[in-house]
Ligand binder design. Sequence first.
Ligand SMILES: *[C@@H]1O[C@H](CO)[C@@H](O)[C@H](O)[C@H]1NC(C)=O
Ligand SMILES: *[C@@H]1O[C@H](CO)[C@@H](O)[C@H](O)[C@H]1NC(C)=O
Ligand SMILES: *[C@@H]1O[C@H](CO)[C@@H](O)[C@H](O)[C@H]1NC(C)=O
Ligand SMILES: *[C@@H]1O[C@H](CO)[C@@H](O)[C@H](O)[C@H]1NC(C)=O
Length: 832
Amino acid sequence: MFQSMNGYEEAVEFLPATDTKKVEKRGPKVKFVILGVVIAAALISLMVGLLVWHFAYRMARVQKVYTGNLRITNYVFKDAYENSSTTDFNDLAGKVTDMLKNLYTSNPDIAPHFSECRVTAFSEGSVLAYYWSEFSVPAYQEAKLDNAVLELKIQTVNLRQRTVLSVDSFEAYPVDAQLARTFRTSSCSYFLHAKPGEVTKFFTPGFPNTAYPPNMRCQWTLRADAGHVIRLNFKTFKMDICKTPAGDYVKLYDSLSIAENRLMMTLCGSYPPSYNLTFFSSQNVMMVTLVTDDKGRQPGFMAQFTQVPMTTLCGGMIRDSGGVITSPFYPAHYQANRECVWDIQVPGNKLVKLRFNMFYLMEPNNSDATCPKDYVEVNSKKYCGEKQSFVVSSDNNKMTVRFRSDLSYTDTGFTADYISYDAQNPCPDQFTCNDRKCINKARRCDGWNDCGDFSDELECTCTETQFRCVKSQICKPKYFLCDGVNDCGDNSDEANCGCPDNTFQCANKKCVPQAQKCDQTDNCGDGSDELGCPAVVPNSCSDLAYKCKNNECITKSNPECDSVKDCSDGSDEDTDTCNCGRRPYSRKTRIVGGVNADTGEFPWQVSLHAKNTGHACGASVVSPTILLSAAHCFQDAQGVRYSDPSLWTAYLGLHNQATRTTSTDVQQRSIKRIVAHKYFNDFSYDNDIAMLELSSPVTYSDFIQPICIPEKTHNFPVGKSLWVTGWGALTEGGSGASILQKAEIRIINYNECNQLLENQLTQRMICAGFVSGGIDACQGDSGGPLSSLESNNKMYLAGIVSWGDGCARRNKPGVYTNVTQLRDWIKQNAGL
Ligand SMILES: *[C@@H]1O[C@H](CO)[C@@H](O)[C@H](O)[C@H]1NC(C)=O
Ligand SMILES: *[C@@H]1O[C@H](CO)[C@@H](O)[C@H](O)[C@H]1NC(C)=O
Ligand SMILES: *[C@@H]1O[C@H](CO)[C@@H](O)[C@H](O)[C@H]1NC(C)=O
Ligand SMILES: *[C@@H]1O[C@H](CO)[C@@H](O)[C@H](O)[C@H]1NC(C)=O
């Protein structure tokens, strides 16, 4: 322990004791006794005050822990250094701690506060020593100590003179003292060394049979042989939802100390199996820590790691006319502390451009403007953050691309095509954007910003199905008119709009649901929805109000399952009805094109296969035995009895059609009963809804969940974003997709839509159109769900895919069955 104070005790001030003596020596003269007592009392209280101040403030101590590593250059690593019980380990650790103590005690700002330091591990390089040092410092001197300890980095010259260790680098980083201590004393601590050619597994305590315990601190020290790096992959990752600042989380360090400046990533929540949670260390060590709080119990994680030979190979000279470059190990996370340079040169008469298809270089606090942390540099311009596909071009046949990652935080990285092109004709048979990106000619003037800089939407003549924005002069699809979303940017698409049906127009021109008129809440923002209202009439339930089981009326918009008990009998929060619309995975995978759904992203999606036809329609799970679909799927046609339940097989939990018989996530059921709406109209497709009863109940899982059925009074406002999903054809007349497709669409104004569709709409229909560009998916499969994420974070069945005008026609809306309108039918026929 630390004893030799070297005279630094003076730095700690003690109260002088002389005051006390003076009090004791007061004379006995009677007339002064009272005065003496008064003075004594005053002095005592002053002293007490001083002592209180001294102990409560001056002496209030803060525990500080710093962790980090230092590099010893005059020792060679040996295997025994991996085992902290060996003499070799303890010899070297003793030298290192002696050196650290010397270093601390020779610094007047540090010496008085030092309590303990210890070496926790060694690794190769020549020898890296990981340590932590603990200090106890009066609160008011904390900042001074912090500075002094962090400054120590530069005193490496002194180190060499005083010890037999040659140290050429020294890092210190403050860590949470409480956390550092619990990790040190944790019984949940593992030391793993990769075995050549073998996969080493580790997992949270209890996995997979029981949930991980609460208030747990675990750490895994991972090592590989010298000359190797660690490849770590999480097979399963299901933890409690992410909470800031605490909650349950896993941290990965590119080091054997838990210093935040070496943190690769913090993981929490749950990741779908399709997310590539693979990481590579930059050296042959890695540290994984687990922290759990007192709530939220989940299965945890299962991880595995292997060692792979260390390679510094990345970047290089490229002399081809085209190809692909990626960040190291893409699509796994790139390593920390890497630099790759590509020197691209294409034949002399051509120019070169680089098209980034995926670009994920996110870091906390990495400013997009200056990219001080990880970046890709092309032609001396730095790029960082998360970006949509973009193109960078050169004015000549050369291009230098530099990728750089710093010590902390890594991401998925990038993939890019380099292409040589003719200056005269950069995009043969395609349209050339200003940045020389090439897009399909059909996308010119279609109202979507496909180039990213609007260059495909300038100087256009608007077609019949388009309107022109006033300020930007851009042509947009008419169905974006009057949907409450400012698409033009100058609101010109939302001017001169009446309010849609069942909505009330406020004095400020805003439209609010009719149900919100006179609900004693200022929904307009200008109070106009609460003007001229009758005095509150109890027990008069309008059609627009939510009705509780006990017939109470709730005027609030969408009160069901919002975790607020609105009905006095609690029927709006009934646990059975509210157990729906849940997506077990809280993360999105990053997939090229963005149209493939994730596994488990739409767990209510069903694929209905007809005998001899294969996938024919979609449906939605609403209970363990009931599916909802479209009536038109079950109409007999061309001699086929589609209305016969025995023709059909339902696949639930399906993601990829190719694995429907092999995937363990899939449950297959035959159909016992089909009930199509009695008034389904074969010609107009009015009342396009059907209920299917399964032969036997399915078991809910991460891949099979029911979607919520909205109440009759549930409001899906115009302009709201929804998801349409299905395996429908990717191109018109083409074959279906193998992977479930998704597209973001938006509810559009009923009247605008009805005009575009030549008055073919009935009240039982809703229209929705594509929101984002670049979607090549069809509008889902008939019978499939139109899923709406509501403010209670559950997905609701807003519609059923009914009819539309072909695929990938971005200017044509699709038509869906209005589920709220048919709520009573669902109740009568499905009992839900
Ligand atoms: C570590 O070293 C001690 C003492 O030499 C030995 O008893 C122990 O088995 C070693 N542990 C491992 C995991 O090699
Ligand atoms: C994840 O990335 C690693 C490393 O690039 C790759 O080997 C692996 O195949 C990927 N896994 C998936 C499921 O894409
Ligand atoms: C990011 O910046 C904020 C505010 O400047 C700071 O509180 C936070 O610690 C920083 N985070 C990291 C990881 O550097
Ligand atoms: C669906 O029908 C309900 C009930 O008539 C109506 O209030 C609602 O506006 C319709 N939905 C859409 C999106 O048009």
